[in-house]
Design a protein around this ligand. Structure first.
Ligand code: ADP
Length: 267
């Protein structure tokens, strides 16, 4: 593998608590270089999982946070002007395909559909990436794999992946972990005592039941880790929960009261 990707290698083992058979399934998918889609709500461990898998497979990881302003050139590359004239610069997808990295497109549904289609030729058995502006066809390195994340909760008619894109991927479902596992994760990541982590997870579970009944999304594992980190810093529990769990997810005064009340029943 080329030195170009050294900066994208994951040096230390990321902490990842497996929840089912996702590690073995991903390894099998990687062994046949199957493009993979990680589906699930925000903050439930998808990014951490792909970091862990890249480390376990000893492959560099190039992550792209997708957004609606992203163009195909942002992924593939463009000519830049410098003192000596023009110079081609590979985008992250081209770099991963050329040198053999795992390319992780986070929240791919945020990208416009005309951007998303550039990944198609990399996801069928041609495994190529045409650089139209440069007149080059990159044949993907044998180590290259493409992984995308996708939050099914956000889908709408305007913002969804095309079937022709979806059907190019194998998919793994992610969700908030079971109670005991989530307690373990929150305690590990923040250093709070397990009984505190247990209560934080209890609050999140209450809030998750309100999804679709006034809340668009539940309290994620990531939010629990924020709350736990504040508590570990000495912030009072109620204030930490207000700042990290309640205020970010709703502006509705009644819903805020309901969630603050849930916090008070636990702490
Ligand atoms: P997503 O990519 O799904 O939005 P992340 O992977 O960034 O979410 O997860 C948010 C945080 O939750 C991570 O930084 C990590 O601390 C924690 N986390 C969630 N699930 C796990 C897990 N199974 N093992 C270890 N940490 C986890």
């Amino acid at each position: 593998m080329s030195e170009t990707l050294d900066a994208y290698r994951i040096a230390a083992q990321p902490y990842y608590r497996c929840v089912a058979d996702e590690v073995a399934l991903f390894e099998a998918a990687y062994s046949v270089r199957m493009p993979m889609m990680l589906k699930g709500p925000t903050g439930c461990g998808k990014t951490r999982f792909v970091e862990y898998m890249a480390w376990k497979l000893s492959k560099p990881l190039i992550t792209v946070a997708c957004n609606e302003d992203m163009t195909a050139s942002d992924l593939v590359g463009r000519y830049l002007l410098d003192a000596n004239g023009t110079r081609w610069q590979d985008g992250p997808l081209a770099m991963a395909a050329r040198h053999g990295a795992i390319c992780y497109l986070d929240e791919v549904v945020e990208a416009r559909q005309d951007t998303t289609v550039v990944i198609h030729p990399l996801t069928d058995n041609r495994r190529v990436l045409p650089l139209e502006k440069k007149g080059e066809l990159i044949k993907a390195h044998p180590d290259f794999q493409i992984v995308i994340s996708y939050n099914p909760g956000y889908q709408s008619l305007m913002k969804d992946l095309k079937q022709s894109t979806k059907q190019r991927f194998g998919a793994l479902d992610f969700n908030y972990p079971d109670h005991a596992i989530e307690v373990e994760i929150v305690a590990h990541e923040t250093g709070v005592q397990p009984d505190v982590a247990d209560k934080l997870v209890g609050i999140a579970e209450r809030a998750r039941n309100l999804k679709g009944h006034g809340l668009d999304e539940g309290i994620s594992t990531r939010m629990l880790i924020y709350a736990g980190s504040l508590i570990a810093q000495g912030v009072a529990v109620q204030a930490a929960c207000r700042v990290a769990l309640v205020r970010p997810i709703t502006d509705d005064p009644d819903m805020r009261d309901a969630l603050d009340a849930a916090v008070s029943t636990f702490f």
